[in-house]
Design a protein around this ligand. Sequence first.
Ligand SMILES: C[S@@+](CC[C@H](N)C(=O)[O-])C[C@H]1O[C@@H](n2cnc3c(N)ncnc32)[C@H](O)[C@@H]1O
Length: 244
Amino acid sequence: MADLTALDLFSCIGCHAIGFERAGIRPIAFCEINPRRQREIERLFPGTPIYDDVRALPPTKADVVFGGPPCQRTSVAAAIHGRRTGDSLWPYMLCAGLDAGAEWIVVEQPPGNKAWETKVSHHLSRAGYHVARLVFGAEDVGAPYPRRRVYIVACASLSRLEIAWQSLPRAIDETKRAADARGDWDPDQLASISVDARSAGEHVPEFSRERIERIEALGDSNPPGMAEVIARCIVSSYQDGPRP
Ligand SMILES: C[S@@+](CC[C@H](N)C(=O)[O-])C[C@H]1O[C@@H](n2cnc3c(N)ncnc32)[C@H](O)[C@@H]1O
């Protein structure tokens, strides 16, 4: 199997990286600005470098650069609240990908902003990448809640990208079966956490800031199985198999 490495941007509490590792892609560095979230990454991946700010990231070589730039100015929610300006840290992510010499750049976002996606895809094409758009949901990998995400998957090699794209149904199936085997979504094993505003402590002073931030971080996170699906697609393109 190819020994692939990933530079994980906007790492939050490391859910993308957990998924990569399961699929055989090794995270070699993280970039996350929130100190509490950094501490969780350090706990999960001790000793792996964590950089603070994508705007000041030193060049870091990696095969895959993966991340979901914050979408507070690009999402459907932003549009509903009249705050969709299109501002994004995406240009810094693109620079990180180019500095990394990455064969793959993967951008994760909620659905609902075609114009932004088109801009990102255009930038990637201009930088010499071939681009595919993969869409699936947390429920597809067994999560008991809906959470659809768009993955703009860019690869310097068209044939690898085609293999990765064709692998999606199998990668989803394998990820779900692995999660079922581990009991990831088994109600008897899940430690449940209420995420409504009241239990998040917004109206309950005795709930700590730490608890609120923990719930916010979970809300920002896709289940690791979603990144695992993408990573399995990428890994599959390095194995012998029928070429399209
Ligand atoms: C929406 S979260 C991405 C989580 C991802 N979807 C997942 O499933 O793990 C975006 C993250 O980017 C971080 N962030 C915001 N500005 C940043 C910056 N300038 N540099 C690095 N990270 C930043 C935020 O703290 C947040 O944890």
